[in-house]
Design a protein around this ligand. Structure first.
Ligand SMILES: *Cc1c(COP(=O)(O)O)cnc(C)c1O
Length: 371
């Protein structure tokens, strides 16, 4: 039976005052990076996370770049990065002239395998980047202890984890500095956008300067350092503020989708591994990722292709970064990340899905697995 509509893998939820606030930007002509929505969005986001400083910028990649620069990462430094992540995590390290050093992931959470980090530390290591992959918080207590004992910065890539909690504490507050993304497919969105969070006042003032061309806050048109133009527009911030007003709805919707999947895929647990949520975290479920068990003969790409024929869009798990030509690392093996990357599939995960959609997706998965 053909499904009447296509089910996309991601979709933004624009159910609040987004249009009204954008209209205000247009009517008042405040469409560039000045205007009331920037600071309102930053304040709302700082409150949401529970940090002293939230600094909006033009995308999540520049947020990561600013976070690393703010922490003083530069040429010659090494930064620990999980190999299983989106490419921007490592690119931001390279933009600083530093080198990403990859570490394999844990098979349950898909995050940095903390036990492997110590082996990869050298005298050049300056920071650990913890990525909360697909919304599951990384093992922050162990990483904090490692960072503390080696004098390293702990940077969170929280691009996929708005609203996730680790031992009751919000992601974005768990290291020295964190970066969020508001790309169109993220949990909260501004179309394109990013945010740096920290409670360190000096780090915050460096980030603010770097974001705005290095401009001296006390002296107009004076640039004591080389910065970037990574500013967010008032238009994007207008959307962001509207998203923050409904943040709890966005977060709840993803948990609802997760519960539907758990319920309707339960009978297929022999063939597909469902996402794990450690008992001390709240997963943000940016993406509901399932892994085809080894005995399933259907190759992952064929599985995705067949779902596509049922009108269901899916996405493969990220290619581990050490497999990309410009990040090939001769040292180290990454068997867990490679296995997940071969067998993992992101199912549609967004706030516009209905339980009917999820039932349909589960039925199609059952058919594909029985083919
Ligand atoms: C989306 C994402 C980024 C980059 O964010 P952009 O806004 O697309 O630049 C960085 N890291 C991770 C893990 C992401 O998912």
């Amino acid at each position: 039976m053909a499904h009447a509509k296509r089910i996309s893998v991601a979709a933004p939820l624009l159910c609040g005052k987004e249009a009204e606030y954008v209209q205000e930007c247009l009517q008042t002509t405040w469409i560039s990076s000045n205007g009331r929505f920037i600071s309102a969005f930053e304040e709302a986001f700082a409150t949401f996370c529970g940090v002293n400083y939230a600094m909006a910028c033009n995308n999540g990649t520049s947020a990561l770049h600013l976070a690393l620069l703010g922490a003083g990462i530069g040429p010659g430094d090494e930064v620990i990065v999980p190999t299983l992540t989106y490419v921007a995590s490592a690119n931001a390290v390279r933009y600083c002239g530093a080198t990403p050093v990859f570490v394999d992931c844990d098979s349950q959470t898909m995050n940095l395998d903390v036990r492997l980090v110590a082996n990869r530390l050298t005298s050049r290591t300056k920071a650990i980047m913890a990525v909360h992959l697909y919304g599951h918080p990384a093992e922050m207590d162990e990483l904090s202890a490692l960072a503390r004992s080696h004098g390293l910065f702990l940077v969170e890539d929280a691009a996929e984890a708005h609203g996730a909690l680790y031992r009751g504490r919000a992601v974005g507050t768990l290291g020295h500095v964190a970066a969020f993304s508001f790309f169109g497919n993220k949990i909260l969105t501004t179309g394109e956008g990013g945010m740096v969070t920290t409670s360190d006042p000096e780090l915050a003032s460096r980030v603010k300067m770097l974001r705005g061309q290095g401009l001296d806050p006390e002296r107009r048109y004076w640039f004591p350092i080389m910065g970037y133009n990574y500013r967010m527009t008032n238009v994007a911030a207008a959307i962001g503020l509207a998203q923050m007003e409904r943040a709890q709805d966005h977060i709840k919707a993803r948990h609802m989708v997760r519960n539907w999947y758990d319920r309707h895929l339960a009978g297929l647990r022999r063939s597909i591994r469902l996402p794990n949520e450690a008992e001390h975290v709240r997963h943000a479920f940016w993406s509901y990722v399932v892994i085809l068990e080894d005995h399933v003969s259907c190759p992952r790409d064929a599985f995705m292709e067949r779902l596509d024929r049922f009108g269901i869009e899916t996405r493969p798990v990220f290619h581990p970064l050490h497999t990309l030509p410009f990040y090939a690392q001769p040292q180290g093996t990454f068997p867990v990340a490679e296995h997940i990357a071969q067998r993992g599939v992101s199912l549609p995960t967004h706030a516009l899905l209905t339980e009917e959609d999820v039932v349909y997706i589960a039925d199609c998965i059952r058919k594909v697995l029985n083919q």
